[in-house]
Design a protein around this ligand. Structure first.
Ligand code: ZN
Length: 589
């Protein structure tokens, strides 16, 4: 009864508030509505202070669509509506941390919210987000650049969508975009507007004229190094063979296969361009530096070559293959601190029908005395080489103590050689001098091969018993370097007689495994000839008992010793530097 009474009181109170308030006075006021008091036996509404069974999740979202990486923070969402609740998920499409749910995989899942006895189940579908991104690494100074007529891929990365999902519009007709491809049609600026859903992006585009540019930071190069030139040009528009280099001076560097090869000290401007179109070009300056002391230091021999026995190959008095032996003492440097001592002793030329003609196989047949006993013009053919492209390295195969340069050179003109084997060559080198017998550009019969006859300078090195062979090979190196620089012959074009036709020549170098040693001397002379040609090099032995004034070892020590020598390098521009270098000399083993 108490309950019902209080209910009535509340109804009365409410009527007081909402029903029986002052009303505006009306012209014809109606009588007030009677208050209806429900009868006791009528069904009464639930009392208001009873707990009402209302779903606490009423009105909450029960479906979500998320992209991978997106989160729902239920704490934030529900904090004003629920006192306490717990969050769980149905599978690993989602992960839950506290009350935050994160979509981590593509798929569908359920989020379960528990609040007291009430449960809310939320369906969540997770998909991968469709996105595009302008790739900044292809954009410089805010613009994407392409060459006129160049067609390249748009610098756009797509995530979970295809190019067809994008709405692409170009700013003007300087460019066209076709699928992934963008093409430069006219020089100038343009834009590409990209739209995906409600996200837009803008790519600024510049169509530039065709040009080759250089990416290297600097072109300072030591003369002993090479330097690769890194170029930038549209590879899809320009063939590599259309790239041309122009040197403003031709004798300081060479460029082959985009690589700079120094020839001498100095600066040179270079223009690289496409075809013969100067406007496509870039000019850069190459500075070749020479460090003379570093060059001489690099040629030092740390250990002098000392051999108790070296074999000199030739023939015995019966004409049978034989050898004699002697001691061998090397030197302190691969460079020979001496003069070449070249003697010009050109043999007379006798008249013949081919003088002045350039070699052909037919002419060579006619003047090869091995093939034509009646051939004219021996030992000088007068026939010109087709090119001076090789040097052929021989030795005389004559260990006779008197078989020095003069007697070997004389052999070419003596009656015996004319009648019999009839060989000829250009130079003869011994320990003291070089004799030049036949002009460099003239065919000689050495090397047993057409190319050797018609493209190579043949040089005989003396292996006479008692000779200082190290000096012979040093001198040969100096002669080779001189000819290599003069005729532009590469070190790979120094051939052994053996390389042409398999003859075991130069036999003494070959049989003693010293050919590489001799070639190191050639290379040393070449470096000095090329880069220190304008310098004066002065040598001083600091141990003259063991090392002579050319750098040759002249005495074998009884125990290992270290000898020193001083090299002073000067030039007309005031360069004047010295270095003291050291070499170990071991006793004969
Ligand atoms: Zn030979």
């Amino acid at each position: 009864m108490v309950k019902k009474l209080s209910f009535l009181l509340i109804i009365l109170f409410m009527i007081t508030l909402f029903g029986c308030g002052e009303k505006p006075v009306e012209a014809d006021p109606k009588p007030a509505e009677p208050v209806i008091i429900p009868k006791e036996d009528e069904e009464a509404p639930e009392p208001i202070d009873d707990p009402v069974e209302v779903d606490p999740f009423l009105g909450f979202e029960t479906e979500y669509s998320l992209f991978v990486g997106e989160k729902i923070d239920f704490e934030e969402l529900y904090k004003d509506k629920l006192d306490s609740f717990e969050v769980s998920v149905s599978n690993n499409v989602l992960v839950v941390r506290g009350k935050i749910v994160e979509a981590v995989r593509e798929g569908s899942s359920k989020v379960v919210i528990l609040s007291g006895d009430n449960t809310l189940i939320i369906d969540v579908t997770v998909s991968l987000k469709k996105e595009f991104k302008i790739m900044d690494e292809y954009v410089s100074d805010g613009e994407f650049e392409l060459f006129l007529n160049e067609e390249v891929a748009l610098p756009i990365a797509l995530y979970n969508c295809t190019i067809d999902d994008l709405e692409i519009t170009v700013g003007n007709d300087n460019i066209e975009v076709n699928g992934w491809k963008i093409k430069g049609l006219k020089i100038g600026e343009s834009t590409v507007k990209i739209k995906l859903g409600d996200v837009t992006g803008l790519l600024l585009v510049y169509v530039k004229p065709l040009k080759v540019t250089v990416l290297n930071d600097n072109f300072n190069i030591d003369c002993l190094d090479t330097l690769k030139i890194h170029l930038q040009y549209p590879k899809n528009l320009v063939d590599e063979s259309d790239i041309n280099y122009y040197l403003y001076k031709s004798d300081i560097i060479e460029i082959k296969d985009n690589t700079i090869y120094p020839l001498r000290e100095g600066k040179v401007k270079v223009r690289v361009q496409i075809g013969d179109d100067k406007d496509t070009g870039t000019v850069f300056e190459v500075n070749v530096t020479v460090d003379p002391i570093a060059i001489i230091t690099s040629l030092n021999q740390e250990n002098a070559l000392m051999l108790r026995e070296i074999r000199l190959y030739g023939e015995d008095s019966n004409g049978q293959p034989a050898y004699v032996t002697q001691e061998f003492m090397g030197s302190v440097s691969y460079y020979f601190f001496s003069q070449l001592n070249l003697i010009e002793q050109i043999i007379d030329i006798y008249d013949n029908p081919y003088v002045g003609m350039t070699a052909t196989p037919e002419i060579i047949n006619q003047i090869d005395k091995k093939k034509n006993k009646e051939c004219p013009g021996y030992p000088r053919s007068g026939v010109l080489l087709t090119g001076i492209n090789y040097i052929t390295y021989h030795d005389t195969g004559n260990f006779n103590p008197g078989a020095k340069s003069q007697s070997n050179a004389n052999w070419m003109t003596n009656s015996y050689s004319i009648a019999a084997t009839a060989r000829s060559w250009h130079y003869t080198v011994d320990e003291d001098q070089v004799i030049h017998s036949i002009p460099d550009n003239e065919v000689t019969f050495q090397g047993d091969h057409y190319t050797a006859y018609t493209e190579s300078i043949g040089i005989e090195t003396c292996v006479n018993q008692g000779a200082n062979l190290d000096k012979v090979w040093h001198r040969m190196g100096k002669l080779c370097a001189r000819l290599m620089v003069k005729y532009g012959i590469d070190v790979n074009h120094i051939k052994q007689h053996y390389d042409w036709m398999g003859k075991n020549c130069p036999q003494t170098l070959r049989m003693n495994n010293l050919y590489d040693y001799a070639i190191r001397m050639v290379k040393a002379e070449l470096v000095v000839k090329k880069y220190l040609g304008d310098y004066t090099i002065k040598f001083e032995s600091l141990n003259p008992e063991y090392v002579d004034d050319t750098g040759q070892i002249i005495k074998a020590p009884l125990e290992e010793i270290v000898v020193s020598y001083k090299v002073t390098i000067t030039n007309n521009s005031g360069y004047n530097e010295s270095v003291v270098l050291q070499t170990k000399i071991k006793p004969f083993n």
